[in-house]
Design a protein around this ligand. Sequence first.
Ligand code: SF4
Length: 321
Amino acid sequence: MNDALPANAGAAAGPDLQREAPSDEPCAPATADAVAGGKGLEKRLLRQVGQAIGDYSMIADGDRIMVCLSGGKDSHGLLDLLLKLRQRAPVRFDLIAVNLDQKQPGFPAHVLPEYLARLGVPFHIETKDTYSVVKRLIPEGATACSLCSRLRRGILYRVATELGATRIALGHHRDDLLATFFLNLFYGGRIKAMSPKLVSDDGRHVVIRPLVYAREADLARYAQLRAFPIIPCDLCGSQDDLKRREMARMLVQWERDHPGRVKTIFGALSRVDPTHLMDTHLFDFAGLHPTGEAQPGGDVAFDEPPCSDPTEVVRFDSDQD
Ligand code: SF4
């Protein structure tokens, strides 16, 4: 029996291991009209989260989900949406919010406990001074994020074990996935985005990203409408990840110049054809041989030029003479 949350679970509603990118939109309380207008947004986000959970079998009956709450807009949205989804989900699962207080200067330690207590959500605040460790080990001006993330990851995995969590939920969204995809493509030379569901690198936990179908702009708007108590993400004083920012700007510009392009690229991530790439680990090119049988929907081997203008085709053909 498949007891995972079905793909349409959210439709009925008619930490984060990585720092969240700062939003340009302030999270001020919204007006009553804006809240009323936000119902469609909430419905869309719930539908997308339910769809992602169903598509990737993220949650099963009886799961205990540790929601990593950094205090940024995305992790706030994640917790809020999962709480709403749980009320109408056909499977039973528990949520526990976890925040890691890294002892960054000016961290408002009272904000999240007060908020979570008000919501009535079980929570755990883990306090570990990774800030001092990073300051001690990383020279001034050098990028600290890699060490900081590693430390944070190890701590959160340990906490997940201690809390008996069967899933660790992170607040990465569609635009995080795309920025990571292009970072890997442009600077890492590989085709790789972020997994919606994976086994942690210590091999002991299942990590899920229920917001993978959600747009960052929607989450920023939702945070504003819901007036989440946002904790600034620049308390450590580290430099912004400039390359990641560059990717985000590029995607925004593409969308401006070619509306729909970002959505198309995102869709392509779940329609991969390994036979038309060149990775011998993904496809057994060496073992390829004629079967003697026609394959409906198979490759035509000599693709026609990607051109809808027949005159272009004629020109292409005549070029072959
Ligand atoms: S160094 Fe600062 S920005 Fe980088 S991961 Fe740590 S807290 Fe986030």
